[in-house]
Structure formats: structure tokens, C-alpha cells
Design a protein around this ligand. Structure first.
Ligand SMILES: [Fe+2]
Length: 286
């Protein structure tokens, strides 16, 4: 069986989760009461790699009530120096504990020459970037049985020396790596124009058959003033892109991505419900 068929089969068998959101600790009490309104939770996986017992107990309790998908930033699959073996082992252990149907990281890097960046930075769109990503993805997939999906990171920077357009770069990373796509439509909405591409045109050139999960948010830029993102609803342009993805791709879930200073859970759940309805409309789930 060719690698392409193998990955298609793997992704086709993933559960259709529906609509959910990023977990934040202030949500806890409310979440348990509003369980039917949340189809899954995404957690910041890095927070649980060296966590105190109380935080791990809370995570175990969440996993009893919800499907939990860990989203990581610290593995740094785009680092030329390779992966941190201890970090990778800890990631593998957490995913096993959670019994997650898949896990996610970024097409980018958070570590360069030993310096930690905090947020994933985009790679230049080069053959070397594809080779580095592929090498590290292969290592990660050997260590972790659950399917890996990778998130687009465009950012405001266009690296000089890029050798191809972003869609081809992403397509080749996913193709050689044998992984799915976590498509962040807010990232696409915010940064595609700066790359000189209409977001819908870029969308249509991405390998949409690989989309497993979608991130949508009110303000993608986590370095932006987060007190502002707290009160802003998801922009209509982001909803339009989300709709466009759901019509075109076999999405398994839509995740309202909430960074620091999340809104009250009730406000967030209104956005989650709207996303769930879009997925239902296109028969992605019941
Ligand atoms: Fe995202």
C-alpha cells in the first residue's frame, strides 16, 4: 500500500467529533454543567508535561468526561538540530494517558540553537525546510502511534529566500511526512493577504483531503493585545473561510482556539454552537 493510501485510510477512520474549544482552568466548573454543549476539548499539551499532581488530576477528570486533544508548541518540528528526545518521550506518554484520537503540532519551530521562542515561528518555504520537517515528523511518528496533524503557521514574516509558495510547501510537508492538516483559518485570514495571496485561492491550493481539524478564533495573533481579543467576536471573514473549508474538506472537528484571557464560557459556547451548525449543515456530523 502506498504512503498516500495509507495516510488517507488512517485519516478516514478518525472520529467525527463536532465542535469544541481550547480548555482554560476558569472554565472547569461551568464545563461540567454544560457538557452537552462541548463535543471535545483541546488542551495546551505543553502545560501537562512537567505539571504538579493537582493539574494532572484535573486533566484526568476532564478526560473522563470529554475527548481531549493535546495541542503542542514545544516539540519544534521545524528545528534543524532535531527533536529533544526527553520532550518527545513526555509527549508520547501524555498522549497515551489521554487516549487521544490524534494530536497536533505546528509547521514551524519554537527552538533555534537552544533558544526557546515561546510561539511557533514560520519556516522559510524551502526544500531544506521540507527536509527538516520530514526528518523530525518521521522521528515523532515512530515514537507516537496516534495520528499527527500539523497546523499552518504563516505569520507576518515572508522569509527572503523562499523557494516556493506556501500551499506547495505545506502540501509537500504533509505528503512526505504522512500526516494530516490542522487548518487555522484565522491564520489564513490574517496573513494570506500579506503573502500576496487571496485566502480562498490559497485554501483551494492546499491538500484539503488532509484536513482533520480547524482552528478558528477572534484574533489569531497571540502576541496581539489579548484584552482586545477577549471582547471581539470571530470576524465574519473568518466564518466565511471556515464555511469554505467545511464545504470542501472532510473535517472531523472545529475548534474555537482561545489563547490568554479567554472570554466567559457562555460567550465562547455561542461561537462553538455556530460552528457545530455549519458542520451539521454539510453533514460532517449529526
Ligand atoms: Fe491555531
Amino acid at each position: 500500500m502506498g504512503q498516500k493510501t495509507e495516510i488517507s485510510n488512517l485519516l478516514a477512520n478518525l472520529p467525527r467529533l463536532g465542535a469544541g474549544l481550547t480548555y482554560h482552568e476558569p472554565f472547569l466548573a461551568d464545563l461540567l454543567q454544560k457538557q452537552p454543549e462541548v463535543d471535545f476539548l483541546e488542551v495546551h499539551g505543553d502545560r501537562y508535561l512537567d505539571a504538579p499532581p493537582a493539574r494532572m488530576d484535573e486533566l484526568a477528570m476532564l478526560a473522563e468526561h470529554f475527548t481531549v486533544i493535546p495541542h503542542f508548541t514545544g516539540l519544534s518540528l521545524g528545528s534543524a538540530e532535531g527533536l529533544d528526545a526527553v520532550y518527545l518521550e513526555n509527549v508520547a506518554h501524555l498522549i497515551k494517558q489521554l487516549k487521544s484520537p490524534w494530536w497536533s503540532e505546528h509547521i514551524g519551530y519554537t527552538r533555534a540553537n537552544g533558544i526557546l521562542l515561546g510561539q511557533p515561528a514560520p519556516l522559510p518555504f524551502t526544500k531544506e525546510g521540507i527536509e527538516v520537517m520530514t526528518r523530525n515528523i518521521v522521528t515523532a511518528r515512530r515514537a507516537i502511534a496516534a495520528p499527527l496533524i500539523l497546523e499552518n503557521v504563516f505569520g507576518p514574516l515572508v522569509w527572503p529566500g523562499s523557494e516556493m509558495d506556501p500551499a506547495r510547501f505545506i502540501g509537500e510537508v504533509l505528503g512526505f511526512g504522512g500526516v494530516g492538516l490542522l487548518l487555522d483559518v484565522a491564520d489564513l485570514f490574517t496573513y494570506a493577504p500579506g503573502l500576496g495571496i487571496d485566502p480562498i485561492k490559497l485554501l483551494d491550493r492546499l491538500p484539503l483531503d488532509r484536513v482533520v481539524q480547524v482552528h478558528f478564533s477572534s484574533s489569531h495573533d497571540s502576541q496581539a493585545d489579548s484584552s482586545e481579543s477577549r471582547v471581539q467576536p470571530v470576524a465574519e471573514g473568518v466564518w466565511q473561510l471556515l464555511n469554505a473549508v467545511v464545504t470542501r474538506a472532510p473535517v472531523r472537528c472545529l475548534c474555537l482556539e482561545l489563547n490568554d484571557n479567554p472570554p466567559p464560557l457562555g460567550d465562547a459556547l455561542k461561537e462553538v454552537e455556530r460552528a457545530r451548525t455549519v458542520g451539521r449543515q454539510y453533514k460532517r456530523w449529526n
